[in-house]
Design a protein around this ligand. Structure first.
Ligand code: BG6
Length: 508
């Protein structure tokens, strides 16, 4: 069962297990999973009794697979490779080439797992990581189940990790959850949102609930509004096939952005137990006010980048010119929208969210704008405008937290300047950090701690908030695409979204 992991357990390696990677010759395994396992090994957080079984479609011998992984490790691990650890890992890697549609592949897997269990004393504990397109999820889970590889018996555990997208809308997410639950108990399903693996995202709850001074003012009485920005400099890269079906709303808002919003706004759970945290998150997501079809027109903005220039002056293609993208594509690469939360704490506080590709700068941050103080005290002085205090939680890059406030500029005239108290992770904890962001997630999953993973209802409520946006956008294709230049801050309409309410996007 999913459980609260004690601090002592957090600091220890997980117990014996095998990690089975479906899609072992693919991109996710190479860029994230194997390097994260290496980093866990470096931090002495991998179990002594551990092995990896990779499944993929490419015909690779054991030697070729080892060679493939070793060279990828060198490409994707940011520090110098420790040969002893690399050899330890490579020695524990096994590869099965097979078609996920064929039951023989799973018979072969069962046989390999038996041998591996015996050799490495992994106790029949399996972490099946589905690093494969979602269209294969169910098929693989069904076949794993038929091969007896998902049943938890004799004290062993069996878990499945799935990557987003979890469906493409509310209905399909619900159907996927129900289908998965036919073969697995909910506590066996680990739905990954890699944003929850980021240190700075995990720190949001610590910042809020481990400090006495913020929570009393964390509500509608003191907070004017909140802005959540996730901007990317990169374009669609080599992912046009996926992105042409997804777009920014499904790719970023339905998951990462709503998770950030939930962490900033949820009520304190009564413990750090996975169920307690995810229940509060579910309550919050459920409290997001449904956007009506009329509000979609006034409270949401979508955009698509045209050609433009990067900050360094490099010419950038427009989205419709990217390889694999339709020249008439209606897919949005930018979204800005306003959410309201229907509960006692947040009534009437707007939450403005924006995310886009090919924007001027890569940044993910949450900015909390506090209400202005009453003006009267300074009205007979040189001070013409009082500014709001802004608390900025910088998720990435330049991770940290800052609070801006006004202070008197020294001199005989009463004048004010803007000051900042700034905490930077780098200054306090050094620049050394887990390079990948999957380390904690993998380790937690091996330990059975599901706090940082999405429960079925968390996924469904998130999609539910976007139903009318999807419906209206679908029935009214955007006529003005492309409507922002690559390398800019998005469409002008997004500025108007805030301006009409007397606010402005923070200049990041
Ligand atoms: C992924 C999206 O989930 O998150 C990508 O599919 C996006 O489109 C990425 O680029 C952003 O993640 P990060 O960690 O780079 O901010």
């Amino acid at each position: 069962m999913s459980k609260e992991t004690t601090l002592e357990e957090k600091a220890l390696p997980a117990g014996p297990c095998v990690m089975v990677i479906f899609g072992a010759s693919g991109d996710l395994a190479k860029r994230k999973l194997i390097p994260a396992l290496y980093n866990l090994g470096l931090a002495k957080m991998l179990p002594e009794n551990f092995a990896i079984v990779g499944l993929g479609s490419r015909p690779l011998s054991k030697e070729e697979f080892e060679e493939h992984l070793s060279s990828e490790l060198c490409d994707f691990v940011s520090c110098e490779i420790n040969p002893k650890l690399k050899n330890w890992l490579v020695e524990r890697m096994h590869y099965i080439q097979g078609d996920f549609n064929h039951p023989e592949t799973f018979q072969e897997l069962e046989k390999t797992l038996k041998e591996v269990d015996k050799k490495y004393k992994t106790g029949g504990n399996y972490l099946h990581y589905l690093a494969i397109p979602p269209s294969f999820f169910l098929n693989v889970v069904e076949k794993l189940s038929s091969a007896g590889l998902t049943q938890e018996e004799n004290g062993s555990w069996r878990r499945i990790v799935v990557e987003k997208p979890f469906g493409h809308d509310y209905e399909s997410a619900r159907a996927l959850n129900l289908d998965l639950q036919k073969h697995l108990r909910e506590h066996q399903i680990y739905r990954i949102d890699h944003y929850l693996g980021k240190e700075t995202v995990q720190n949001i709850l610590v910042f809020r609930f481990a400090n006495g001074i913020f929570e009393p003012i964390w509500n509608r009485n003191y907070i004017d509004h909140v802005q959540i920005t996730v901007s990317e400099e990169l374009g669609v890269e080599h992912r046009s096939k996926y992105y042409e079906e997804a777009g920014a709303l499904r790719d970023m808002v339905a998951n990462h952005m709503l998770q950030l919003l939930a962490y900033v706004t949820m009520e304190p759970p009564n413990s750090f137990d996975a169920e307690a945290v995810r229940t509060e998150k579910a309550k919050l997501l459920q409290a997001i006010k449904p956007i009506t079809p009329e509000e979609v027109l006034s409270s949401t903005v979508r955009g698509q980048y045209g050609h433009g220039k990067s900050a360094e002056g490099e010419q950038l293609l427009g989205y419709r010119g990217e390889p694999g993208v339709s020249p008439e594509s209606e897919i949005e690469t930018y979204v800005a929208l306003k959410f309201l939360i229907d509960n006692w704490r947040w009534a009437d506080v707007p939450f403005y969210i924006r995310t886009g590709k090919r924007m001027s700068k890569r940044t993910s941050e949450i900015a909390i704008f506090f209400k202005k103080p009453p003006y009267t005290l300074f009205s007979h002085t040189e001070v013409h405008h009082l500014k709001t205090n802004v608390l900025v939680i910088r998720i990435q890059p330049n991770e940290g937290i800052s609070l801006s406030f006004s202070a008197k500029v020294p001199g005989p005239v009463l004048n004010m300047g803007r000051m900042k108290m700034d905490f930077s992770y780098c200054d306090y904890f050094g620049s050394k950090k887990p390079a990948i962001g999957y380390e904690t997630l993998l380790s937690d999953c091996m330990k059975g701690d599901a706090t940082l993973f999405l429960r079925a209802d968390n996924v469904e409520y998130a999609w539910e908030t976007l139903i009318s946006v999807m419906d209206v956008w679908k029935s009214m294709p955007a006529r003005d695409f492309p409507n922002y230049d690559a390398g800019s801050w998005g469409p002008e309409e997004a500025d108007k979204l805030l301006e009409k309410e007397g606010r402005r996007w923070r200049n990041v």
